[in-house]
Design a protein around this ligand. Structure first.
Ligand SMILES: Nc1ncnc2c1ncn2[C@@H]1O[C@H](COP(=O)(O)OP(=O)(O)OP(=O)(O)O)[C@@H](O)[C@H]1O
Length: 246
C-alpha cells in the first residue's frame, strides 16, 4: 500500500541545513492504522507531507499504491495518486465563505462532478458524521468538533484509499476528542481505509492505531505494536516502549 525506503529530506533555512528526515524505512499495510509519534521538531509533519505526496524526498524512495514516487513521476500520475488519498488537518481547513455542504462537496466540484451528484453524496456523508442538520450552516457557526466532522466528511467524499490525519484532535477538548476518535473508528470500520495518524497525544495513538512509528530528530527510533506502549508521556516514550516486531 505504502512503503518508504531510506527516505531523507532536508531544508535550508538561513544557510543552515536542517535534516528533517534521515534514512526512514517502513511499510504500511492495506487497511492498517499507523501512528506517527515524536517530540516537536522530530519530523512528523514532514513525513506526512512526503507520504501524502505534497513534497518529494531528497533521497530514498516511496512506493504508493504500486507506483514509485520519484522525480520521474509525471504530474498527471502524481495527481492520480493524490486523488486516491485525503488529508485531515488539525485546523480543519474549511472555506469560510462556503456552506458546510459545499465544503464537503468541494473535492468533487474540483473534479468536475455535477452539482446534484456531489450534493447528494455530501448529504449522505454529513449524515454519516452526524451533521445532517448543519448542511446549510457556515463554518464560522460550528464548534471545533463539528468543524472536524465536516473535514472528515470532505476527506471521505472522493472515496480515498488512504487518509492522512495531522494532529486531528489536538485542537479539541477531551470529550470532543473522544467523539472524533470514535467517528474515525467508525470511518475505518465502514470504509476499510488505510490511515496514517500524526499525533503528539500518545493516548490517541494507543486508541486508534495498530502500530506506531517513533521519530526522534528526524530518524526512525522505533516501530512497533501500540500495545507495547506502556505510558502516555511522549518525553519518556523511547524508554517505555518495549521492543516489538516491526
Ligand atoms: N519548510 C521548512 N523549512 C525549513 N525547515 C523546516 C521546514 N519544514 C520543517 N522544517 C524543519 O524540519 C524539522 C522537522 O519539522 P516538522 O514540522 O516535520 O516536525 P514535527 O515533528 O511535525 O514538529 P511539531 O510537532 O512541532 O509540528 C524541524 O527542525 C523544522 O524546523
Amino acid at each position: 500500500m505504502l512503503e518508504l525506503q531510506s527516505v531523507g529530506k532536508s531544508f535550508t533555512a538561513k544557510e543552515n541545513v536542517v535534516q528533517a528526515l534521515d534514512d526512514i524505512s517502513f511499510r504500511v499495510a492495506e487497511g492498517e492504522v499507523l501512528g506517527i509519534v515524536g517530540k516537536s521538531g522530530a519530523g512528523k509533519s514532514t513525513l506526512l507531507r512526503l507520504l501524502s505526496l505534497h513534497e518529494r524526498p531528497d533521497s530514498g524512495s516511496i512506493q504508493m499504491l504500486d507506483e514509485s514516487v520519484d522525480n520521474n513521476l509525471s504530474q498527471a500520475k502524481a495527481r492520480e495518486l493524490i486523488q486516491q488519498t485525503a488529508v485531515v488537518f488539525q485546523g480543519f481547513s474549511l472555506l469560510y465563505n462556503c456552506s458546510v455542504i459545499d465544503n464537503v462537496a468541494l473535492p468533487l466540484k474540483l473534479r468536475g462532478v455535477d452539482r446534484d451528484t456531489r450534493l447528494e453524496k455530501a448529504k449522505q456523508l454529513l449524515s454519516f458524521v452526524g451533521l445532517q442538520d448543519k448542511a446549510d450552516s457556515y463554518p464560522i457557526t460550528l464548534s471545533g468538533g463539528e468543524a472536524q466532522r465536516v473535514s472528515i466528511a470532505r476527506a471521505l467524499i472522493s472515496d480515498p484509499k488512504i487518509i492522512f490525519l495531522d494532529e486531528p484532535t489536538s485542537a479539541l477538548d477531551s470529550k470532543t476528542m473522544q467523539e472524533i476518535l470514535d467517528l474515525l473508528k467508525k470511518v475505518h470500520r465502514s470504509y476499510r481505509l488505510t490511515m496514517v495518524i500524526v499525533s503528539h497525544q500518545i493516548d490517541v495513538i494507543r486508541y486508534m492505531c495498530d502500530r506506531a512509528v517513533l521519530l526522534e530528530q528526524g530518524r526512525l527510533k522505533k516501530i512497533g505494536a501500540v500495545n507495547a506502549l506502556s505510558h502516555f508521556q511522549v518525553d519518556h516514550l523511547n524508554e517505555l516502549w518495549v521492543d516489538a516486531d516491526a
